[in-house]
Design a protein around this ligand. Structure first.
Ligand code: PLP
Length: 430
């Protein structure tokens, strides 16, 4: 059916599900089941051979999760999606789907710490090398590329620096030499659609803004359906060589009748089948409920964060506020090019008095939560130097932009006056 709508506010409520055929239920039903009864042996055989699409087992697919996948696909303008157990599982699968031992990929240095560890240490132990480059200079991605480079990886709006990634610049370099760009868009749903700027794959931790209610861990990959895997056969053996685990199927050929979705189908039927980090149907149900208000929430998140940036910028105890609207030159241009409808809800500031003041500030908060999460409907705060970044050397802290007096905020959707009142009393005590 051709839809009559294409706006995010409508997509999050309607895409992928109208009402339950049997009961008429309008809310997406929670199919908390592991298995699905086959009609007969022929039906079962067809499903296993991928001759017919349908439900087999919830490790690989589930009707509730399917609606979430369809909604995010529509939101991102992609071709198909795959929900996973966590954002970490999603970033791991995004790389594993293309890299074998001995391969490499080029990643921006501006990454969430968990992704950094996965890339720098765990993947290295499996023989996959992450080559970290400075995203300020897009050409550094080309310079680090060789014949065994399988993809580029970056975050749209990475904290703490909040320097928006040059998506088109790097995607263009990649497309010229046949390397797809994978974008972690966790911090900027709705306000950025990386596929529109040339990215091939979008990754989410649905744990954050997408679900928004802070109840459920989850991750997701969106296949843009816009990358020519077949045109670069040598670079992508996992998609272009016969797969012994599927009777020698060549994914780029086998999947053609279903659309340009070889990447995401392989991730589902090979990685999810074998490694098994599926999203729980209950978490998919929670994500669906949360996503219904995502466009509205993002508006308020961004509006509140801009007002709080103004408040903090004129506070005597603060030496520096970090928010995209305060950036200059090329960084500001990138923020204006790639974000629309707001600049996100993450912001940082540095206290003149350093570490002790940072701790005192956090300990004085009454409304804001002191947690390591971001993207909750509630406002959140953390002092990275004594928590998430405490293991880093002073040089590494400097590189990541985390100083002793640095505080990170994830601004929620409460009334802005109440958030400012709490910040104000905590700053007075710090
Ligand atoms: N990517 C980003 C940008 C994140 O902030 C996080 C979590 O903080 C992740 C990935 C990992 O997601 P999860 O915690 O759902 O595994």
């Amino acid at each position: 059916m051709t839809e009559t709508y294409n706006k995010p506010e409508t997509i999050v409520l309607h895409a992928g599900f109208r009402s339950d055929e049997k009961t008429g239920a309008v809310a997406v039903p929670l199919y908390q089941t592991t298995s699905y009864q086959f009609n007969d042996t022929q039906h079962a055989e067809n499903l296993f051979a991928l001759k017919e699409m349908g439900n087999i087992y919830t490790r690989i697919m589930n009707p509730t999760t399917d609606v979430l996948e369809q909604r995010v696909t529509a939101l991102e303008g992609g071709a198909a999606s795959l929900a996973l157990a966590s954002g970490q599982a999603a970033s791991m699968y995004s790389i594993m789907n293309l890299c074998r031992s001995g391969d490499n990929f080029v990643s921006s240095t501006d990454l969430y710490g968990g992704t950094w560890n996965l890339f720098a240490n765990t993947l290295k132990d499996f023989g996959v090398e992450a080559r970290f480059v400075n995203p300020t200079e897009p050409s550094s991605f080309r310079d680090a590329t060789d014949d065994r480079t399988r993809c580029y990886y970056a975050e749209t709006l990475p904290n703490p620096k909040l320097n928006v990634f040059p998506i088109k610049e790097v995607a263009d370099i990649g497309r010229e030499i046949g390397v797809p760009l994978i974008m972690d868009n966790t911090a900027s749903p709705i306000i950025c659609r990386p596929l529109d700027h040339g990215a091939a794959i979008v990754m989410y931790s649905t744990t954050k803004y997408l679900t928004g209610n802070g109840t459920s861990i989850g991750g997701l990959l969106v296949d843009g359906g816009n990358f020519d895997w077949e045109g670069h056969k040598e670079r992508f053996p996992t998609l272009n060589e016969p797969d012994p685990s599927y009777h020698g199927a060549v994914w780029t050929e086998a999947v053609k009748p279903l659309g340009p979705i070889a990447y995401i189908i392989r991730a589902r039927v090979v990685l999810l089948r074998d490694v098994g980090a599926c999203m729980s149907p209950f978490n998919a149900f929670q994500a669906i409920q949360g996503m219904e208000t995502l466009p509205l929430r993002m508006e308020r998140h961004c509006e509140n964060a801009e007002k709080i940036t103004e408040y903090l910028s004129s506070h005597g105890k603060i030496s520096n506020v970090i928010y995209p609207t305060l950036q200059k030159g090329e960084f500001r241009r990138r923020a204006d090019t790639y974000l629309s409808g707001g600049y996100g809800s993450l912001l940082g500031f540095e206290l003149k008095e350093g570490k002790d003041a940072g701790r005192k500030f956090i300990d004085s908060l009454k409304l804001l939560y002191h947690v390591a999460n971001i993207g909750d409907a509630r406002s959140l705060a953390i002092h990275p130097a004594s928590t998430t970044h405490s293991q880093l050397s002073p040089e590494e802290q400097e590189q990541t932009g985390v100083t002793d007096g640095y505080v990170r905020l994830s601004i929620g959707i409460e009334h802005v006056d109440d958030i400012i009142a709490d910040l104000d009393q905590a700053l007075a005590n710090s």
